[in-house]
Structures are given as structure tokens and as C-alpha cells.
Design a protein around this ligand. Structure first.
Ligand code: NAD
Length: 255
């Protein structure tokens, strides 16, 4: 299988390095808007080749996006129209209902998939299973050290409490996690999001609380930063690699 990668930053680099070691992957096509990033990654892997997305589209089965919402807006439709599966990290781009529905329609017509790794949160698998029966409520509580928000609070301060749709508008940098939880569970309008700045914590903490016919769920993670990008959780890279492994592996665990 050949893989395309859009975005050779922290997550793209981790994914490319892991894919380079996967025997099922023969070639890794790299693209970054910043050529220096693509070249840097090309030098440290064996199976790489740098090409514009339009040039490698026909040669790959799967494309991994680890770039930006703008990249998703620019390339997702093209990728799906070519019938290629798309692993998408910048999941906040799917917040726009009409854009997301358009991509879903194309993927259906072309018999390909938009695959969204769990990213920086835990519990997405359980939440998506639980959503098959009725869910009474889903809450995401994101707690950050004030410094990571560029602030200096001296006590625990709730910065936002409301639905995911409004959270995304007010705190676009939390958009990926809020979007993943919304898409796995009960949508942007009914998912409750709380964003807290807490001087006691040293790591970004995401907690999913859900209640429904299945029972009660509480999933919590404290994320270490990615060594190559302190703003990115290392877990996001691990989740992306696990997603790729799931695609190439004959055994698929979890739902
Ligand atoms: N789903 C999640 O939980 C989760 C977690 C962390 C990050 N993310 C998202 O994943 C994406 C990648 O994160 P990262 O930490 O690797 O970021 P990064 O800044 O380290 O790397 C992004 C790379 O993409 C490139 N890029 C940006 N726009 C591009 C475009 N239009 N075309 C091609 N290349 C482009 C940049 O030059 C950069 O090299 C971001 O959008 C981020 O918000 C999602």
C-alpha cells in the first residue's frame, strides 16, 4: 500500500516514521506547504518521495492529513473524489455542517472513507458504541495550565461552559477535541463543553463524561506534549499511528 502525507510537522513526522517501518507500506508521498519541512522529513525516512498532492493522488490508497483546517478545505474533496481514503487530524474543519455533509456524500458515492483518529482524547471508542443506544448527555471538560492559554490565573477559573458549537467559535484552538467528541456522540449542539484554566495542573487534561442507556462513562487523559511541537499532544500522534496500523493490520481492535 502507498501512503500520502499532507503536513510534515509534528504529527506527520511521527506518522511517516512509523509508516516507514510498516512492511505493508511501500511508498510514502510527502507534501507540505513549507518545502523545508517536507525535505527535513524526506531525509529521515527510507520510503519517502516529495510530490504535490495532485501528482501523488493516483498512486496512493490512503492519505493522511496532519496539516491544518485550510488543507482539509483545499484537498479533502479532491481526495475523496479520487476514491482515496482520508485520515483526518484537523477534525475541527468538520464543524461546518454543510462542508462535512458534502464530504460524506462524496465518500459514499466514491465508496471511500473519512477516518478520524481519536486524537488527543480517550473514550471516543466507548462513546461511539454508547451512542448506538440513547445517550442522555455528553460533557467534555478540558483543563489547561493557564500558561498554555497565555494567561496567569492564580485559582481554578472556568473560562467557558456551553455547547460544543459555541465552544468551537469562542475557543477555536480546542476545536479538534470538541469536534471529535461531538461527532462520536450526540453532535455539536447537545455536547456540553467546559474549558477550565487551573494553576494546579501541569498537563492538558481532557475528561469525557457520558450517561445513557449503556450506563455511565468517565474517560480522562493527561497529555504529554509532542517533543517536536509543545502545543500538540503526543497522544494525537500515537492515535494517528494506531489508526494507520488498524488500516494495514488484519486484526482490528475496538469499536
Ligand atoms: N484531532 C486531534 O486531537 C488533534 C490533536 C493535535 C493536533 N491536531 C491537528 O493536527 C494538525 C497537525 O498538527 P501538528 O501538531 O502536527 O502541527 P504542526 O504545526 O507541527 O505541523 C503542521 C504542518 O502542516 C503544514 N501545513 C499547514 N497548512 C498546510 C497546507 N495547507 N498544506 C500543506 N501543509 C500544510 C505546516 O507547514 C506544518 O509543517 C493541526 O491541524 C492540529 O490542529 C489534531
Amino acid at each position: 500500500m502507498n501512503l500520502g502525507i499532507i503536513g510534515c510537522g509534528a504529527i506527520g513526522t511521527d506518522v511517516a516514521k512509523a509508516a516507514d517501518k510498516m512492511e505493508e507500506i511501500e511508498k510514502i508521498y510527502l507534501f507540505d506547504i513549507n518545502m523545508a519541512k517536507a525535505k527535513k522529513l524526506y531525509k529521515i525516512i527510507d520510503k519517502g518521495e516529495i510530490n504535490p498532492v495532485e501528482d501523488f493522488l493516483e498512486n496512493v490508497e490512503v492519505i493522511f492529513e496532519g496539516a491544518s483546517q485550510q488543507a482539509v478545505i483545499k484537498y479533502a474533496e479532491k481526495i475523496l473524489r479520487a476514491g482515496r481514503d482520508l485520515i483526518l487530524m484537523s477534525v475541527g474543519s468538520l464543524f461546518d455542517d454543510s462542508f462535512r455533509k458534502k464530504l460524506e456524500k462524496i465518500a459514499r458515492e466514491k465508496n471511500c472513507k473519512i477516518i478520524i483518529p481519536s486524537g488527543a482524547v480517550f473514550g471516543i471508542d466507548g462513546l461511539s458504541s454508547a451512542s448506538i443506544a440513547e445517550l442522555d448527555g455528553v460533557t467534555l471538560v478540558t483543563t489547561k495550565p493557564p500558561s498554555s492559554l497565555g494567561k496567569s490565573y492564580n485559582k481554578r477559573t472556568v473560562l467557558f461552559e456551553g455547547n460544543a458549537r459555541d465552544a468551537v467559535k469562542k475557543f477555536p484552538k480546542n476545536i479538534n477535541v470538541a469536534a471529535s467528541v461531538s461527532l462520536a456522540g450526540i453532535g455539536f449542539d447537545d455536547t456540553i463543553v467546559e474549558i477550565v484554566a487551573d494553576p494546579v495542573v501541569t498537563r492538558i487534561n481532557h475528561k469525557i463524561l457520558a450517561h445513557g442507556k449503556f450506563g455511565r462513562l468517565r474517560a480522562e487523559v493527561e497529555n504529554m506534549p509532542n517533543p517536536n511541537n509543545p502545543k500538540s499532544s503526543y497522544m494525537a500522534s500515537l492515535s494517528a499511528i494506531a489508526t494507520l496500523k488498524r488500516i494495514v493490520s488484519p486484526i482490528q481492535i475496538g469499536a
